[in-house]
Design a protein around this ligand. Sequence first.
Ligand SMILES: C[S@@+](CC[C@H](N)C(=O)[O-])C[C@H]1O[C@@H](n2cnc3c(N)ncnc32)[C@H](O)[C@@H]1O
Length: 246
Amino acid sequence: MTTDYDPIAEEYRRAKQQPWRSHIEAYTLDAMLPDLAGKAVIDIACGEGFYTRRLRQKGAARVLGVDLSAGMIDLARQQEGAAPLGVDYLVGDGKELAFDAEFDVAFAAYFLNYAHDRNELRQMCDAVARSLKPGGRFITVNCSPMLDFDPARSYRQYGFEAKIQGALVEGTPIVWQIFLDDGSTIEIENYYLDQQIHEDAFRAAGFREVYWRAPKLSPEGEQGFGRDFWKPFLDNPTVAFIDCVK
Ligand SMILES: C[S@@+](CC[C@H](N)C(=O)[O-])C[C@H]1O[C@@H](n2cnc3c(N)ncnc32)[C@H](O)[C@@H]1O
């Protein structure tokens, strides 16, 4: 189990092919994004650039992807080399971003859930807020603080399982087991922080408005798999979508 993506960069890239990623995760995030035409966008914890490329394809004028993992950034740069979009990538810690009100939109898919405690979450939110212009938007998806970790509940049909050990308190490790097409498995560790801790960190960092958005299912996902297939996921979503305005 790891929080270091260097050894699993290629496996994680393949994990983004699971149907829930496009039919729920990307579909919901797309609906949350403002018009990006002419905008400067930063993708924090960008990984191999799954969303970074999409943000540029949606018309952003400048897109910068930042990730702690050199292996992930290598994969992102390889893809930029093979099919150039004009996206820049940087290896760096999202807690220590050195940008001062440069971006219109900050985007982050699975960044905040690497905070071990409220202080680290606050550092992350401060860094995001500092990078944004006044009025800028922070669009993010993370492991849901509202998720009920009932051991009887399974997400195996979507290609993953979530487990905790012990009581759900600040910093409890959450282990995500992801099942890949070739039969192999990767495990990733995040940390639990409740919804109030998130709210407090957003407000303290200077976000004036904070909206928690429900996951949406794409019409193609509903037609292709049927509503019943998605019901357990939509009834107890593992992910939470948040939209903040500076
Ligand atoms: C689950 S992956 C998500 C990657 C990408 N956002 C996506 O959705 O495909 C989480 C990423 O967060 C990165 N990460 C974790 N902590 C970070 C930090 N403090 N600063 C920047 N990146 C970080 C990891 O290296 C990893 O690439």
